[in-house]
Design a protein around this ligand. Structure first.
Ligand code: NAD
Ligand code: ZN
Length: 362
């Protein structure tokens, strides 16, 4: 089991990473939480597959309850948030209690928001069970729910006591969810870490086949990278923007495909192709680096209907993205593998051209 420290201005916590470490959860928990009220928030899909692994590790003497929310993004709603508060109150959970978010990014975001706000804040543990949650959403403290006017608009920063990422739990993950997590891992490689990128070039097939050792390596590297970024920019003032590489294009695609046929990480993978193409069109990126980036992304099997692509509409969506400041779009681009920079878009017609890359490959 490896330990990565996240050191922030007012707190510090570890991320535990390993393959098959779930039997050590109880010991770790004992070090960080000595209270006696534990609320686990999860969903039935995850609980059916892995609930026993967590349940067997909870202290026998504590008051324990598992609260379920429906599977999927819809759980991040006011309705389910309120239900959870009611259940916690009915079960007399107090200020010293602990909330464990056991699931993917949806559960982590929702459980974290409950922990941040219930009785003005209780203890929190992130136990991520998807690749995306292990490499991305469980690190950084951003928690929250959706509003009818947009995703993630209501939220808080809530740092956990610790994060516990076991690659063994990913064996049951559907392929599309593995691809989603890998989209974010490729993002780290392309924008921040040439070594990680090289590793992906030689290990992508094993990762797609859920090789535990390979996944564990990717989780460890990614957790380290995200932790470094978060440590340097705790409250998302500037540097954290690098995490949006591929996302400005990706968010437009995700929305245009109605958040259904195209999943977030898959949309980000396509968005990164657009970002590479944009950088190439502007002369920021040489052909060798451009080709390497595209070749890796092309090896991701993403079900995507290029026939439906409407480039005018996509550019319109991009200008509506919340990351647009002062009317201008700021993009994260790369000038070489692992070397990002920020760029303000002056010529919007180039954005439209950038989407062409998605038509070429399919
Ligand atoms: N807080 C942040 O910084 C941050 C960053 C990125 C994304 N997010 C949020 O994360 C969410 C997406 O997270 P996600 O991609 O993990 O999706 P998710 O939480 O919906 O999980 C994906 C699916 O996998 C299932 N699942 C979970 N673990 C499983 C396992 N071990 N085996 C089999 N199935 C399993 C879930 O039930 C679900 O159906 C979004 O709401 C997004 O806004 C937050
Ligand atoms: Zn993302």
């Amino acid at each position: 089991m490896e330990q990565i420290e996240v050191k922030l201005s007012h707190s510090q916590y570890p991320i535990f990473v390993g393959a098959g470490i779930w039997p050590q959860f109880g010991q770790v928990l004992k070090q960080f939480y000595q209270g006696n009220q534990i609320a686990v928030i999860s969903n039935q899909t995850i609980w059916r597959l892995h609930g026993d692994k967590l349940e067997s590790q909870l202290p026998a003497e504590a008051q324990k309850r598992v609260f379920f929310v429906p599977d999927g993004e819809k759980a991040k709603s006011f309705e389910h948030l309120q239900n959870l508060y009611s259940q916690l109150l009915e079960n007399r959970f107090e200020r010293g209690s602990l909330v464990i978010g056991f699931g993917g990014g949806v559960i982590g975001d929702l459980a974290g928001f409950v922990a941040a706000t219930f009785l003005r804040g209780v203890h929190f543990v992130q136990y991520p069970t998807t690749l995306l949650a292990q490499v991305d959403s469980s690190i950084g403290g951003k928690v929250g729910i959706n509003h009818s006017m947009g995703k993630n608009l209501i939220g808080a920063f809530k740092q956990p006591l610790f994060v516990f990422s076991d690659a063994a739990l990913l064996q049951t993950l559907p392929d599309a969810e593995i691809r989603c997590g890998l989209g974010e891992v490729i993002k780290y490689g392309l924008s921040l870490d040439p070594e990680l990128f090289e590793y992906l070039e030689s290990h992508l097939p094993q990762a797609l086949e859920k090789d535990e050792g390979v996944l564990n390596h990717l989780i460890r590297k990614s957790a380290q990278i995200k932790a470094n970024i978060v440590m340097q920019d705790e409250k998302e003032a500037n540097l954290r923007m690098v995490l949006n590489f591929g996302h400005t294009f990706g968010h437009a695609l995700e929305a245009d495909y109605q958040f259904s046929t195209l999943k977030h990480g898959e949309a980000v993978a396509l968005g990164m192709k657009c970002a590479l193409h944009f950088a190439r069109l502007q002369g920021f990126l040489n052909k060798a680096n451009y080709d390497r980036g595209l070749q890796l992304l092309n090896r991701m099997p993403i079900p995507f209907d290029a026939q439906q692509l409407n480039r005018e509409r996509l550019v319109e969506r991009m200008t509506l993205d919340k990351k647009v400041k002062g009317g201008k779009i700021r993009l994260v681009l790369i000038k070489a593998i692992g070397q990002h920079f920020f760029h303000t878009v002056e010529d919007v017609s180039l954005l439209k051209k950038a989407f062409e890359i998605l038509e070429k490959d399919y």
